[in-house]
Design a binder for this molecule. Structure first.
Ligand code: GLN
Length: 447
């Protein structure tokens, strides 16, 4: 039925880059046999899922929505792909995204744009826009996305679903095509908080294949699904509900806070005074890392290669000029500039210092609060084309999500109402490192 749904509506939405019709039915049959034999007991056994197209899948094209990897077929599975197959989840296909996960609207895909299922003239958010739209429109039971600066939480917010960016190190990055390695993290996009806990149970855990994977004890997240928020200390950073935030968004978020207070949580205003420095720090650090990570696309080892060239240098130049889109080139230029000698101290080093201050500021508020509450984004879904030619405006929309990646924290987005145009609004809950459970517990209250 999910495949039928994809065939019926995805032409309009554009969430899939690759659909695996026969393969999915074949895999479903195998899982059914495992279930019948009593071998597959996971709650995810037989559940149809889809993965963002920057998560490697063995023998299945993984394009990163780029011409550069347009025909790349990985010879191996990402750790998360393997884990989900082991649970019996069935892969329906691979989902559209901004090229190399750079963007906030899914308009930067080489292949096509994705539309918001709530209003086809609007963006689904990004960069995991394909993932969010597919789940919102019933074209997948759940999806995985990646979040470097908000790419799970903001599209979840724009599409009215649940999205979680786990603590840095909680989910293996092995097989995730790198954008900014010190901030990239894979996470679930689901219909509700219960599903989020199930998927999190499947994908978290130590992985020796990822040098930044955390070797800690991971809890059973379903234990957090209790209807009780009594005594939980919730802080609302005043910088998150200021003039930058649309009034409908602000109202819905504060209403949610009021509900939590009525249910016994302790809610108070707090402050994250460095919020205004998060965007510049994020764009310098992420672009610097991207410029280094994307140096591997040279037309030699794998990926696109220019058809005509005179010598090796010409091959590099043509391959990269033809293979990357405008936004990716912008990031590579920005990152290379910030890392170049003479500017390194002024930009990159400064951004790392700001990063430390932001981390410290979070540590300080988390002495008084268990969870921080605010919007996931300052607005609801914007119109297709509205910000495409205004990259700075697009970047500023990331104001409430990037600090979380800078500090490596977990954060959960859940739907909390609608604006005047009937577009979904997302509530963001930010937690202490490895305390995903408290976020799920608070989020579950609204289920
Ligand atoms: N919008 C942010 C950016 O363009 C976040 C992207 C992401 O999280 N992958 O960098």
């Amino acid at each position: 039925s999910v495949l039928d749904r994809i065939n019926a509506i995805d032409e309009k939405i554009g969430s899939y880059i690759t659909v695996l019709e026969e393969e999915a039915l074949e895999q479903a049959k195998e899982v059914q046999e495992r279930i019948d034999k009593g071998e597959a007991k996971s709650p995810l056994a037989g559940i149809p899922m889809a993965l963002k197209d920057n998560i490697c899948t063995k023998n299945v094209k993984t394009t990163c929505a780029s011409k550069m990897l347009g025909s790349f077929i990985p010879p191996y599975d990402a750790t998360v792909s393997k884990k989900l197959y082991n649970e019996g989840a069935v892969l329906l296909g691979k989902l559209n995204m901004d090229e190399f996960a750079m963007g906030a609207s899914t308009e930067n895909s080489y292949f096509k744009i994705t539309r918001n299922p709530w209003d086809l003239e609007r963006v689904p958010g990004g960069s995991s826009g394909g993932s969010a739209a597919a789940v919102a429109a019933g074209m997948a039971g759940f999806a995985l996305g990646s979040d470097t600066g908000g790419s799970i939480r903001q599209p979840a917010s724009f599409c009215g679903i649940v999205g979680m960016k786990p603590t840095y190190g909680a989910v293996s990055r092995f097989g995730l095509v790198a954008f900014a390695s010190s901030m990239d993290q894979i996470g679930p996009l689901t219909k509700d908080v219960t599903d989020c806990a199930m998927v999190l149970n499947a994908i978290t855990g130590y992985d020796p294949m990822d040098s930044t994977s955390a070797d800690v004890k991971y809890p059973d997240y379903s234990k957090a699904l209790i209807n009780d928020v009594k005594g939980i200390r919730i802080g609302i950073p005043k910088e998150y509900i200021g003039d930058n935030t649309n009034l409908d968004v602000k109202k819905a978020v504060l209403d949610a806070a009021k509900t939590l207070k009525e249910l016994g949580a302790q809610v108070a205003e707090c402050s994250l005074p460095l919020t205004e420095y998060a965007i510049p720090a994020y764009y310098i650090i992420s672009s610097a890392e991207a410029s280094s990570n994307l140096a591997r696309y040279d037309g030699i080892k794998y990926g696109y290669r220019a058809k005509e060239y005179t010598d090796l240098m010409d091959l590099y130049v043509r391959t990269r000029s033809e293979g990357f889109g405008v936004e990716v080139k912008r990031r590579i230029l920005l990152g290379t500039y910030a890392l170049s000698s003479g500017y390194y101290d002024q930009y990159y080093k400064k951004a790392l210092q700001v990063r430390t201050l932001i981390k410290n500021a979070f540590n300080e508020v988390f002495e008084k609060y268990d969870v921080l509450l605010g919007p996931a984004a300052p607005t609801t879904a914007f119109k297709i084309g509205e910000k495409k030619e205004k990259p700075l405006e697009m970047y500023l929309g990331d104001i409430y999500t990037v600090s979380v990646n800078i500090a490596g924290l977990p954060a959960l987005t859940i739907p909390c109402g609608f604006d005047g145009n009937n577009l979904p609004i997302g509530l963001q809950l930010i937690g202490k490192p490895f305390d995903e459970s408290t976020l799920l517990r608070v989020g579950y209250t609204f289920e």
